[in-house]
Design a binder for this molecule. Structure first.
Ligand code: HEM
Length: 337
Protein backbone atom coordinates (compact mmCIF):
# COMPACT_ATOMS: atom_id res chain seq x y z
CA UNK A 1 0.00 0.00 0.00
CA UNK A 2 2.76 2.36 1.09
CA UNK A 3 4.71 1.28 -1.95
CA UNK A 4 1.85 2.01 -4.34
CA UNK A 5 1.22 5.53 -2.95
CA UNK A 6 4.98 6.25 -3.05
CA UNK A 7 5.08 5.14 -6.62
CA UNK A 8 2.17 7.40 -7.51
CA UNK A 9 3.77 10.37 -5.76
CA UNK A 10 7.03 9.72 -7.58
CA UNK A 11 5.18 9.50 -10.87
CA UNK A 12 3.43 12.85 -10.26
CA UNK A 13 6.70 14.39 -9.19
CA UNK A 14 8.40 13.09 -12.32
CA UNK A 15 5.58 14.34 -14.53
CA UNK A 16 5.83 17.79 -12.89
CA UNK A 17 9.58 17.76 -13.41
CA UNK A 18 9.20 16.93 -17.07
CA UNK A 19 6.57 19.66 -17.39
CA UNK A 20 8.76 22.26 -15.73
CA UNK A 21 11.82 21.29 -17.79
CA UNK A 22 9.70 21.21 -20.96
CA UNK A 23 8.22 24.64 -20.27
CA UNK A 24 11.60 26.07 -19.40
CA UNK A 25 13.02 24.73 -22.67
CA UNK A 26 10.15 26.03 -24.81
CA UNK A 27 9.47 29.40 -23.16
CA UNK A 28 12.75 31.21 -23.98
CA UNK A 29 12.34 30.21 -27.63
CA UNK A 30 8.78 31.43 -27.62
CA UNK A 31 9.92 34.72 -26.14
CA UNK A 32 12.80 34.93 -28.63
CA UNK A 33 10.48 34.21 -31.58
CA UNK A 34 8.05 36.81 -30.32
CA UNK A 35 10.86 39.27 -29.82
CA UNK A 36 12.24 38.62 -33.32
CA UNK A 37 8.90 38.99 -35.08
CA UNK A 38 8.13 42.21 -33.24
CA UNK A 39 11.61 43.49 -34.11
CA UNK A 40 11.03 42.61 -37.77
CA UNK A 41 7.64 44.20 -37.58
CA UNK A 42 9.15 47.35 -36.14
CA UNK A 43 11.89 47.40 -38.75
CA UNK A 44 9.37 46.96 -41.55
CA UNK A 45 7.22 49.78 -40.28
CA UNK A 46 10.14 52.13 -39.96
CA UNK A 47 11.47 51.21 -43.46
CA UNK A 48 8.09 51.88 -44.99
CA UNK A 49 7.82 55.13 -43.07
CA UNK A 50 11.32 56.03 -44.10
CA UNK A 51 10.65 55.50 -47.84
CA UNK A 52 7.31 57.21 -47.59
CA UNK A 53 9.09 60.21 -46.10
CA UNK A 54 11.82 60.09 -48.77
CA UNK A 55 9.22 60.01 -51.53
CA UNK A 56 7.36 62.90 -49.92
CA UNK A 57 10.55 64.92 -50.17
CA UNK A 58 11.27 65.12 -46.45
CA UNK A 59 14.84 66.07 -45.56
CA UNK A 60 17.16 63.60 -43.83
CA UNK A 61 20.67 63.95 -42.49
CA UNK A 62 23.91 64.17 -44.46
CA UNK A 63 27.33 65.67 -43.95
CA UNK A 64 27.13 67.16 -47.43
CA UNK A 65 26.45 70.87 -47.02
CA UNK A 66 25.18 71.47 -50.58
CA UNK A 67 21.77 73.11 -51.01
CA UNK A 68 19.03 70.50 -50.39
CA UNK A 69 21.68 67.72 -50.35
CA UNK A 70 19.69 66.15 -47.48
CA UNK A 71 16.64 65.66 -49.73
CA UNK A 72 16.86 62.38 -51.62
CA UNK A 73 13.77 62.74 -53.80
CA UNK A 74 12.47 66.20 -54.67
CA UNK A 75 8.69 66.17 -54.87
CA UNK A 76 8.49 69.28 -57.03
CA UNK A 77 10.84 67.58 -59.49
CA UNK A 78 8.44 64.70 -60.04
CA UNK A 79 5.39 66.97 -60.21
CA UNK A 80 7.17 69.21 -62.71
CA UNK A 81 8.12 66.21 -64.84
CA UNK A 82 4.48 65.11 -64.82
CA UNK A 83 3.29 68.55 -65.98
CA UNK A 84 5.97 68.66 -68.68
CA UNK A 85 5.05 65.23 -70.02
CA UNK A 86 1.28 65.73 -69.84
CA UNK A 87 0.93 69.29 -71.11
CA UNK A 88 4.16 70.79 -72.40
CA UNK A 89 5.24 68.10 -74.81
CA UNK A 90 1.83 68.01 -76.60
CA UNK A 91 1.79 71.85 -76.60
CA UNK A 92 5.15 71.97 -78.41
CA UNK A 93 3.99 69.35 -80.94
CA UNK A 94 0.79 71.38 -81.47
CA UNK A 95 2.80 74.60 -81.86
CA UNK A 96 4.93 73.06 -84.60
CA UNK A 97 2.61 70.74 -86.51
CA UNK A 98 -0.74 72.41 -85.70
CA UNK A 99 0.27 75.96 -86.63
CA UNK A 100 2.22 74.82 -89.69
CA UNK A 101 -0.70 72.73 -91.00
CA UNK A 102 -3.28 75.46 -90.22
CA UNK A 103 -1.29 77.97 -92.28
CA UNK A 104 -0.70 75.47 -95.05
CA UNK A 105 -4.47 74.89 -95.31
CA UNK A 106 -5.09 78.66 -95.15
CA UNK A 107 -2.56 79.23 -97.93
CA UNK A 108 -4.04 76.49 -100.13
CA UNK A 109 -7.61 77.79 -99.65
CA UNK A 110 -6.91 81.53 -99.66
CA UNK A 111 -3.69 81.98 -101.65
CA UNK A 112 -1.15 84.76 -100.97
CA UNK A 113 -1.94 88.40 -100.49
CA UNK A 114 -0.97 89.91 -103.88
CA UNK A 115 -0.10 93.52 -104.59
CA UNK A 116 -3.29 95.05 -106.06
CA UNK A 117 -1.30 97.24 -108.46
CA UNK A 118 1.68 94.91 -108.97
CA UNK A 119 5.30 95.92 -108.32
CA UNK A 120 6.13 99.54 -109.13
CA UNK A 121 9.85 98.84 -109.52
CA UNK A 122 10.60 101.82 -107.24
CA UNK A 123 12.27 100.73 -104.01
CA UNK A 124 12.30 102.73 -100.82
CA UNK A 125 14.33 102.29 -97.65
CA UNK A 126 12.59 100.44 -94.83
CA UNK A 127 15.30 98.85 -92.69
CA UNK A 128 18.93 99.93 -92.15
CA UNK A 129 21.83 97.51 -92.66
CA UNK A 130 22.24 97.33 -88.86
CA UNK A 131 18.55 96.40 -88.48
CA UNK A 132 18.96 93.58 -91.00
CA UNK A 133 22.04 92.27 -89.20
CA UNK A 134 20.30 92.36 -85.80
CA UNK A 135 17.21 90.67 -87.22
CA UNK A 136 19.11 87.79 -88.81
CA UNK A 137 21.38 87.17 -85.82
CA UNK A 138 18.26 87.02 -83.62
CA UNK A 139 16.33 84.93 -86.16
CA UNK A 140 19.11 82.38 -86.78
CA UNK A 141 19.93 81.92 -83.09
CA UNK A 142 16.22 81.73 -82.25
CA UNK A 143 15.57 79.06 -84.90
CA UNK A 144 18.67 77.15 -83.71
CA UNK A 145 17.37 77.28 -80.13
CA UNK A 146 13.96 76.07 -81.24
CA UNK A 147 15.37 73.16 -83.22
CA UNK A 148 17.84 72.03 -80.55
CA UNK A 149 15.21 72.61 -77.83
CA UNK A 150 12.79 70.35 -79.68
CA UNK A 151 15.53 67.69 -79.99
CA UNK A 152 16.24 67.93 -76.25
CA UNK A 153 12.58 67.70 -75.22
CA UNK A 154 11.10 65.40 -77.86
CA UNK A 155 14.09 63.71 -79.51
CA UNK A 156 13.75 60.66 -77.27
CA UNK A 157 10.37 60.01 -78.91
CA UNK A 158 11.10 60.70 -82.57
CA UNK A 159 14.88 60.25 -82.98
CA UNK A 160 16.18 57.85 -80.30
CA UNK A 161 14.05 54.85 -81.36
CA UNK A 162 15.41 55.05 -84.93
CA UNK A 163 19.15 55.57 -84.37
CA UNK A 164 21.83 53.67 -82.46
CA UNK A 165 22.63 54.57 -78.86
CA UNK A 166 25.98 56.13 -79.79
CA UNK A 167 24.48 58.39 -82.44
CA UNK A 168 21.64 59.40 -80.14
CA UNK A 169 24.12 60.29 -77.39
CA UNK A 170 26.06 62.40 -79.92
CA UNK A 171 22.92 64.16 -81.18
CA UNK A 172 21.67 65.03 -77.70
CA UNK A 173 25.07 66.15 -76.38
CA UNK A 174 25.62 68.37 -79.46
CA UNK A 175 22.08 69.79 -79.21
CA UNK A 176 22.61 70.65 -75.56
CA UNK A 177 25.99 72.28 -76.29
CA UNK A 178 24.58 74.37 -79.19
CA UNK A 179 21.45 75.26 -77.19
CA UNK A 180 23.50 76.52 -74.22
CA UNK A 181 25.85 78.62 -76.35
CA UNK A 182 23.37 80.16 -78.80
CA UNK A 183 21.21 81.30 -75.85
CA UNK A 184 23.41 84.27 -74.86
CA UNK A 185 23.75 85.40 -78.52
CA UNK A 186 19.97 85.31 -78.84
CA UNK A 187 19.51 87.30 -75.63
CA UNK A 188 21.88 90.07 -76.76
CA UNK A 189 20.41 90.34 -80.30
CA UNK A 190 16.85 90.12 -78.92
CA UNK A 191 17.60 92.97 -76.52
CA UNK A 192 19.07 95.09 -79.32
CA UNK A 193 16.00 94.53 -81.55
CA UNK A 194 13.59 95.20 -78.70
CA UNK A 195 15.26 98.49 -77.69
CA UNK A 196 15.70 99.74 -81.27
CA UNK A 197 12.26 98.75 -82.60
CA UNK A 198 10.05 99.44 -79.60
CA UNK A 199 9.14 103.04 -80.63
CA UNK A 200 7.68 101.67 -83.90
CA UNK A 201 5.41 99.19 -82.16
CA UNK A 202 2.96 101.15 -80.00
CA UNK A 203 -0.66 100.15 -80.58
CA UNK A 204 -2.99 102.78 -82.09
CA UNK A 205 -6.78 102.90 -82.36
CA UNK A 206 -6.72 102.13 -86.10
CA UNK A 207 -5.04 98.78 -85.30
CA UNK A 208 -8.43 97.52 -84.12
CA UNK A 209 -9.77 97.84 -87.68
CA UNK A 210 -6.76 95.89 -88.96
CA UNK A 211 -7.75 92.98 -86.72
CA UNK A 212 -11.42 93.24 -87.75
CA UNK A 213 -10.55 92.68 -91.42
CA UNK A 214 -7.73 90.22 -90.62
CA UNK A 215 -5.17 92.61 -92.06
CA UNK A 216 -6.66 92.41 -95.55
CA UNK A 217 -5.03 89.02 -96.09
CA UNK A 218 -8.34 87.21 -96.78
CA UNK A 219 -9.01 86.97 -100.50
CA UNK A 220 -12.75 86.22 -100.42
CA UNK A 221 -16.09 87.32 -98.97
CA UNK A 222 -16.50 90.71 -97.31
CA UNK A 223 -12.76 90.87 -96.55
CA UNK A 224 -11.63 90.78 -100.17
CA UNK A 225 -9.68 93.83 -101.34
CA UNK A 226 -9.63 95.45 -97.89
CA UNK A 227 -6.42 97.35 -97.07
CA UNK A 228 -6.71 98.56 -93.47
CA UNK A 229 -4.67 101.51 -92.23
CA UNK A 230 -1.26 100.70 -90.92
CA UNK A 231 1.81 102.60 -89.71
CA UNK A 232 5.41 101.34 -89.99
CA UNK A 233 4.29 98.10 -88.37
CA UNK A 234 0.82 96.70 -88.86
CA UNK A 235 -1.30 95.42 -85.95
CA UNK A 236 -0.24 91.80 -86.59
CA UNK A 237 3.44 92.74 -86.54
CA UNK A 238 2.90 94.69 -83.34
CA UNK A 239 1.27 91.68 -81.72
CA UNK A 240 4.22 89.53 -82.82
CA UNK A 241 6.69 92.11 -81.49
CA UNK A 242 5.09 92.33 -78.02
CA UNK A 243 4.73 88.57 -77.81
CA UNK A 244 8.44 88.35 -78.55
CA UNK A 245 9.16 90.98 -75.87
CA UNK A 246 7.17 89.22 -73.14
CA UNK A 247 7.96 85.60 -73.89
CA UNK A 248 11.51 86.39 -75.02
CA UNK A 249 12.06 87.94 -71.58
CA UNK A 250 10.57 84.94 -69.76
CA UNK A 251 12.53 82.58 -71.98
CA UNK A 252 15.80 84.45 -71.35
CA UNK A 253 15.41 84.72 -67.57
CA UNK A 254 14.33 81.09 -67.17
CA UNK A 255 17.10 79.96 -69.56
CA UNK A 256 19.74 81.76 -67.49
CA UNK A 257 18.32 80.21 -64.30
CA UNK A 258 18.69 76.78 -65.86
CA UNK A 259 22.10 77.16 -67.45
CA UNK A 260 23.99 78.79 -64.58
CA UNK A 261 24.62 76.17 -61.87
CA UNK A 262 26.44 78.66 -59.64
CA UNK A 263 23.17 80.41 -58.96
CA UNK A 264 22.53 77.51 -56.55
CA UNK A 265 18.76 77.88 -56.81
CA UNK A 266 16.35 75.76 -54.76
CA UNK A 267 15.09 72.88 -56.89
CA UNK A 268 11.52 74.25 -56.86
CA UNK A 269 12.79 77.41 -58.58
CA UNK A 270 14.59 75.31 -61.22
CA UNK A 271 11.41 73.35 -61.92
CA UNK A 272 9.38 76.55 -62.27
CA UNK A 273 12.09 77.90 -64.61
CA UNK A 274 11.93 74.69 -66.67
CA UNK A 275 8.14 74.96 -67.04
CA UNK A 276 8.19 78.70 -67.81
CA UNK A 277 10.95 78.03 -70.36
CA UNK A 278 8.83 75.36 -72.08
CA UNK A 279 5.61 77.42 -72.13
CA UNK A 280 7.45 80.48 -73.52
CA UNK A 281 9.14 78.30 -76.14
CA UNK A 282 5.77 76.84 -77.22
CA UNK A 283 4.26 80.33 -77.64
CA UNK A 284 7.29 81.65 -79.53
CA UNK A 285 7.51 78.59 -81.79
CA UNK A 286 3.84 79.06 -82.77
CA UNK A 287 4.28 82.79 -83.47
CA UNK A 288 7.58 82.28 -85.31
CA UNK A 289 5.94 79.81 -87.69
CA UNK A 290 3.18 82.36 -88.37
CA UNK A 291 5.82 85.10 -88.88
CA UNK A 292 7.81 82.99 -91.35
CA UNK A 293 4.66 82.06 -93.31
CA UNK A 294 3.64 85.71 -93.52
CA UNK A 295 7.10 86.93 -94.54
CA UNK A 296 7.95 84.26 -97.10
CA UNK A 297 4.70 83.10 -98.66
CA UNK A 298 1.60 85.01 -97.64
CA UNK A 299 2.63 88.60 -98.29
CA UNK A 300 3.86 89.21 -101.82
CA UNK A 301 6.92 91.48 -101.76
CA UNK A 302 7.33 91.32 -97.94
CA UNK A 303 10.56 89.33 -97.81
CA UNK A 304 12.50 91.87 -99.85
CA UNK A 305 12.56 94.36 -96.95
CA UNK A 306 14.51 92.06 -94.62
CA UNK A 307 16.93 91.00 -97.35
CA UNK A 308 17.95 94.29 -98.98
CA UNK A 309 16.40 96.74 -96.51
CA UNK A 310 14.23 98.19 -99.34
CA UNK A 311 10.57 97.58 -100.15
CA UNK A 312 8.55 98.24 -103.28
CA UNK A 313 6.63 101.52 -103.21
CA UNK A 314 3.33 99.75 -103.99
CA UNK A 315 3.93 97.29 -101.15
CA UNK A 316 4.49 100.21 -98.77
CA UNK A 317 1.28 101.93 -99.97
CA UNK A 318 -0.80 98.75 -99.71
CA UNK A 319 0.51 97.39 -96.40
CA UNK A 320 1.84 100.45 -94.53
CA UNK A 321 -0.07 103.42 -95.99
CA UNK A 322 0.18 105.70 -92.92
CA UNK A 323 3.94 105.15 -92.68
CA UNK A 324 4.30 105.88 -96.42
CA UNK A 325 2.23 109.09 -96.13
CA UNK A 326 4.26 110.15 -93.11
CA UNK A 327 7.74 109.68 -94.60
CA UNK A 328 6.59 111.31 -97.83
CA UNK A 329 5.22 114.29 -95.94
CA UNK A 330 8.24 114.78 -93.67
CA UNK A 331 10.80 114.24 -96.42
CA UNK A 332 12.47 111.16 -94.92
CA UNK A 333 11.41 108.88 -97.80
CA UNK A 334 14.58 107.55 -99.45
CA UNK A 335 14.44 105.79 -102.80
CA UNK A 336 17.10 103.26 -103.74
CA UNK A 337 19.55 104.89 -106.14
C1 HEM B 1 13.32 82.31 -91.64
C2 HEM B 1 12.94 83.05 -90.65
C3 HEM B 1 12.50 84.49 -90.74
C4 HEM B 1 12.13 85.25 -91.82
C5 HEM B 1 12.06 84.82 -93.27
C6 HEM B 1 11.81 86.57 -91.34
C7 HEM B 1 11.42 87.65 -92.12
C8 HEM B 1 11.13 88.90 -91.67
C9 HEM B 1 10.75 90.02 -92.50
C10 HEM B 1 10.60 89.98 -93.99
C11 HEM B 1 10.54 91.08 -91.70
C12 HEM B 1 10.17 92.49 -92.12
C13 HEM B 1 8.69 92.74 -92.07
C14 HEM B 1 8.39 94.14 -92.50
O1 HEM B 1 9.22 94.80 -93.06
O2 HEM B 1 7.26 94.57 -92.23
C15 HEM B 1 10.78 90.64 -90.36
C16 HEM B 1 10.64 91.43 -89.25
C17 HEM B 1 10.79 90.98 -87.99
N1 HEM B 1 11.20 89.72 -87.59
FE1 HEM B 1 11.60 88.17 -88.81
N2 HEM B 1 11.96 86.58 -90.00
C18 HEM B 1 12.38 85.33 -89.60
C19 HEM B 1 12.62 84.90 -88.33
C20 HEM B 1 12.42 85.66 -87.23
C21 HEM B 1 12.56 85.20 -85.90
C22 HEM B 1 12.94 83.78 -85.51
C23 HEM B 1 12.26 86.22 -85.11
C24 HEM B 1 12.25 86.27 -83.61
C25 HEM B 1 13.08 85.73 -82.85
C26 HEM B 1 11.92 87.35 -85.94
C27 HEM B 1 11.53 88.58 -85.47
C28 HEM B 1 11.19 89.65 -86.25
C29 HEM B 1 10.74 90.92 -85.73
C30 HEM B 1 10.56 91.27 -84.25
C31 HEM B 1 10.50 91.74 -86.81
C32 HEM B 1 10.05 93.19 -86.75
C33 HEM B 1 8.60 93.24 -86.41
C34 HEM B 1 7.88 93.84 -87.47
O3 HEM B 1 7.62 93.11 -88.41
O4 HEM B 1 7.64 95.02 -87.41
N3 HEM B 1 12.03 86.98 -87.23
N4 HEM B 1 11.14 89.31 -90.36
Amino acid sequence: MLNTSLNKSLQILFALLVLVIGISLVMPNAYAADDQSSKQQAAKTSDADLWRAVKAGEPGYTTDTGLEANVLINKAGNEGKELRNTYLKPAIVLAVLGVFSAFLVFYLVNGPSKLSHGFSGKLLERWTKADILRHWIMAITCLTLMLTGIFIMLGRHFIAPYVGEGLWAGIIATSKFIHDWSGPIFIVSWLMCVIKWMPLQTFKLYDLKWFLVVGGYINFGPFKGKHPDSGFANAGEKMWFWTLVIFGLLLSISGLMLVLPNLDLPREASIVALLVHGVSAAVLIAFTIVHIWMATVLSEGGMESMVSGYCDENWAIQHHNLWYDEIKANGSLKYKK
